[in-house]
Design a binder for this molecule. Structure first.
Ligand code: ARG
Ligand code: GLU
Length: 726
């Protein structure tokens, strides 16, 4: 009886946590056994924590790679085949594309190993092992030390830890702070530098729905591409060589043809970039009220200008499609994030938590939130100016971003002399040519006018460089910022390729002199100098204090809420997140089902459209229902599905894994209403979006005809036989 009550209680407690917040958290693989295994199994997982992460035997983690350092990929065959997103492989696919042989437009399916295309610079990293090194890292530190003193003690400790390793080539030890610097973990990594492009669907599938559908469900995007890891002799990492052989992994993920259904357990394994779940309310207020609105408005102005021209001129649209997508991606995310923070009452939740914290925290930790209020008040003007500066000069006005490189030419000449200058010019010329290929100076001039005007109108005098002041305009007899833009762009050589390349063709001394007299160059250097002195110096001063306080606040929360499981904010290290396949209510009276199907592609189809066109061959396959073994029990092929897995940027390309450890899909996005999950995860509305593995296989097989790839994968049916077929 006692046992019964106990296990009843346990189940009750577990079901409480799973209904309250099943899904929250990006967990460290080494702690799954202690913190998560029980809950995961209760949610339906059939494997053990040891099957996911083990140093003694091969485990799921051996099939997961950090792809290029910015995305995730997974090994899906015993010959090193890698699956990742189309948007993760995009620049490599683009680099193999020409007008005559356009892989982006037409897709690509290599027919043999010989046709797999090398990608200089691209790498994947495996994790050999993870270790808690907190004690050694924090040796000799205490909470009374200054931030600088503490950091230099830690830096020395980390150096000592690293010195204890003798590493083979391509192996690396990475040590990162966790829980805002309260803990340190070590990652032993192995890097493979020969990664080749194996296959990709055409962009009209890999990016189907483009910006309109980005961050949105229902979704119908086939966001995947295939690469392969190659290794040198003995399967060891090696630089690219035609003699390298396909890599034999310790583990590769079997792919399930049975898929999942609503309520099923799912897990996502990968390298999430950054989250800020433990911020105090003044920080979240600042994001909602000040920083997000500013960044959104700046991008809004730039995007409107681009959009107008892109709609009118197909040539401009072609040149700017990818730049537009890059700027629009986070613009749209921030809008969703701000709305989500408001609609989920994130601030109210923070206030409640902080009240409880203030009542129960140990004496030395009680007043932290008050101190944050002061510090966030002090940093605000600098934080705002910092965002304005970087959005304006390095995100949206294209020519200003180029001047960073031009400035490097000048400093190289002045510091290292003519020879090095000439060598750098040689190296930069192809880079500049590439820039001008997709550059429209008049368009950039319009963006310049709008954004400099907005900068001046929004910020205090102390943040405005001389060249953007009324006095400057007056002296040059310029009426407004349109006049200033015109003056800058017509008197500078940078906006016009021929003019600038001609400058680079001159004798070094003369070229450098011309560059230094260029009005856009003087504007940039004066603005940048002001930024360093008046914006980033005070910003860093307060930020260091905020970071120290955040470390204490994190520690205080862990001391105060002893029963709570804390997960460390994402920091581009390997994590596991898990949840369930689940639809959601985006707004009153509307419910989204968790699966989309290929028929939905045809509902969105707009022939010739740059977002919603569909390749003829796919139309035909869908019309004739030529689905082969890839249809589910409804007779159709699922395209995308959503779940409560807690993901963020960097989880792109992460495998979605079922209860048995099989691949069921590929993570690539989140739903718009839930993008606030970086700051305030809420399981009622936060969903990640995955491409269904069956849609991927269907495309590889039926559209690409790449049966050689299907043959090397291991396709499984873990559920068939377990459930009665409908
Ligand atoms: N929103 C997804 C991710 O952050 C996909 C981005 C690529 N697609 C696009 N249309 N921009 O970052
Ligand atoms: N698309 C994102 C990426 O590139 C993943 C989606 C997200 O931010 O959740 O990593």
């Amino acid at each position: 009886m006692r046992y019964f009550i106990q296990s009843f209680l346990l189940v009750f407690l577990l079901s409480q946590t799973s209904t309250v917040k099943a899904g929250e958290g990006m967990w460290l693989p080494i702690f799954l056994k202690a913190l998560n295994e029980q809950e995961m199994q209760h949610m339906g997982m059939k494997i053990s924590a040891e099957d996911i992460y083990s140093v003694n035997k091969s485990s799921l983690k051996d099939a997961i790679v950090h792809f290029g350092g910015f995305c995730t990929g997974e090994i899906i065959s015993d010959q090193g085949l890698i699956l990742t997103n189309h948007h993760c492989g995009y620049s490599n696919i683009q680099s193999h594309s020409t007008i005559e042989n356009n892989l982006l437009k037409d897709g690509y399916w290599s027919q043999s190993f010989d046709e797999e295309l090398p990608n200089p610079g691209l790498f994947v990293t495996f994790i050999e092992s993870i270790e808690d090194v907190t004690k050694k890292a924090l040796l000799g530190t205490n909470d009374q030390m200054s931030a600088v003193e503490r950091q230099s003690t830690i830096d020395k400790n980390l150096e000592n830890i690293r010195a204890g390793y003798r590493l083979a080539e391509f192996h690396e030890i990475i040590i990162r702070p966790f829980y805002n610097g309260n803990q340190y973990f070590l990652f032993h990594t192995v890097k493979y530098n020969d990664v080749r492009l194996v296959g990709t669907p055409p962009e009209s599938i890999g990016k189907f729905g483009a910006d309109t559908d980005n961050w949105v469900f229902p979704r119908h995007t086939g966001d995947f591409s295939l690469f392969r890891v190659y290794a040198g002799p003995n399967n060891e990492p090696a630089a690219y060589s035609p003699d390298n052989k396909p890599f034999t992994p310790k583990h590769s993920l079997p792919i399930s043809l049975d898929g999942v259904e609503e309520g099923d357990f799912t897990m996502v394994f990968g390298f999430p970039g950054r989250t800020n779940q433990y911020l105090p309310s003044p920080a979240v207020e600042q994001i909602i009220n000040t920083l997000n609105p500013a960044k959104i408005e700046i991008r809004d102005k730039a995007l409107k200008i681009l959009d107008k021209r892109m709609r009118a001129e197909p040539e401009v649209r072609l040149k700017y499609a990818s730049k537009f997508a890059r700027v629009a991606n986070y613009w749209k995310k921030w809008i969703g994030e701000s709305q989500g923070l408001k609609s989920s009452n994130a601030l109210k939740k923070k206030y409640t938590l902080e009240k409880e914290y203030a009542q129960n925290a140990p004496k030395d930790f009680k007043n932290i939130v008050q101190e944050f209020k002061t510090l966030y008040g002090e940093i605000e003007p600098y934080a705002l100016a910092r965002d304005f500066y970087s959005e304006t000069t390095s995100r949206n006005i294209e020519i200003l971003r180029q001047i960073r490189n031009i400035q490097r030419l000048v400093t190289t000449y002045e510091e290292n002399g003519e020879e090095e200058y000439k060598a750098l010019v040689e190296r930069y010329i192809p880079y500049f040519e590439n820039f001008y290929k997709d550059y429209e100076p008049e368009l950039d001039q319009e963006v310049f006018a709008a954004l400099t005007a907005f900068y001046v109108e929004s910020l205090d005098k102390e943040f405005i460089p001389e060249e953007l002041t009324r006095e400057f305009l007056f002296m040059r007899a310029l009426r407004d910022f349109n006049g200033l833009a015109k003056y800058m762009y017509s008197n500078s050589t940078f906006p016009t390729e021929e003019k600038f390349i001609a400058v680079l063709g001159k004798e070094p001394a003369e070229a450098v002199e011309l560059i230094k007299k260029d009005p856009l160059y003087t504007l940039y250097t004066s603005w940048n100098g002001l930024y360093t002195k008046a914006i980033s110096a005070p910003y860093n001063h307060y930020k260091t204090q905020i970071d120290s306080l955040q470390r204490l606040y994190m520690k205080g929360q862990m001391l105060t809420f002893k029963d709570k499981r804390f997960w460390p904010d994402a920091n581009s290290t390997m994590r596991v997140t898990y949840g369930k396949v689940n639809g959601y209510n985006p707004r009153d009276a509307v419910r989204y089902l968790p699966f989309s199907y290929v028929e939905g592609i045809m509902e969105k189809y707009v022939p010739g459209d740059y977002e919603f066109d569909v390749p003829k061959k796919l139309v035909k396959l869908i019309e004739t229902k030529n689905y082969g073994q890839y249809a589910d029990e409804t007779g159709s092929v699922p395209v995308c599905f959503i779940g409560t897995n807690h993901t963020t940027g960097g989880n792109s390309g992460s495998p979605a894994i079922d209860a048995y450890g099989n691949l069921i899909g590929l993570n690539f996005d989140r739903v718009w209403e839930g993008t606030m999950s970086d700051i305030n995860y809420d399981s009622s509305i936060c969903r990640n979006i995955m491409v269904d593995a069956r849609y991927v296989l269907f495309l590889v097989d039926k559209l690409g005809g790449a049966t050689r790839l299907i043959d090397e994968m291991k396709l499984v049916r873990p559920k068939t036989g377990l459930r009665s077929k409908k």
